[in-house]
Design a protein around this ligand. Sequence first.
Ligand code: NAD
Length: 242
Amino acid sequence: MLENQIAIVTGGAVGIGTAIAERFVEDGATVVIADIDEDAGSEVADEIGCTFAHCDVREYDQVESLVDGVVDDHGRLDVVVNNAGISSVTSVEEMDLEEWEAVLETNLDGVMHGTKAALPHLKETDGCIINLGSIYGLVGGKGAASYSAAKGGVINFTQQVAIDYADQGVRVNSICPGFVETPMTEDLLEDERFYNFLEQKTPMDRHGQPEEIAPMAAFLASEEASYITGANIPIDGGWTAF
Ligand code: NAD
């Protein structure tokens, strides 16, 4: 579905980002994984047949260099997946301001940086942006004040940029996963009390796997999704329907 497409996946060194990068490669895309984890990123890039670039999405200059470098190397850019993120399960009163800022900088500013740097190139190719939201941006979650705020921002930002660039050929969507087994969630998913809560909240009674998120990213990036923009799509075993 993605033959001849040039794609960037931020935060692709592990978890959902790796699954998306791998699926894109299988579908024929040329993929650059961008991450702050140089060791894991280089190793996974070798394994799945893509390239790795070091980039901290909190820093606009680094994101702009990444995007410009990819366009210099490949002549075009078709897809950006703004996936890099960190988690936080701290309530407002317990949270210090540094934690609030760190989550917003990575999870929201990082998405804006990827979007701003890529848009001039995506306008040339009728390209698309796929952001990683979360169910916690749609409905909130226990004690996840900064994370939910950032993801809510990602969801509204997705709609806003989709509106602003629809007539310039760029589609912008987000995927909003429920709980998916990755390094981000491994401790939480091993906690019996939390898992009981998850089962009660999830009609499908289980968490998801990164490979259950990646096909939606591939679909959204493809021509098959040519009339889809401004959508925030839950993949959550029914959590937000309940
Ligand atoms: P993860 O923690 O397993 O992996 C995140 C990756 O992002 C890591 O490789 C990390 O090094 C990278 N990263 C972190 N900060 C970065 C920065 N400043 N610059 C560049 N890279 C950075 O996370 P995951 O579970 O694979 O989640 C991926 C995305 O999906 C995140 O945006 C997350 O919020 C979202 N999400 C995850 C879940 C879940 O249950 N796993 C649910 C909903 C949404």
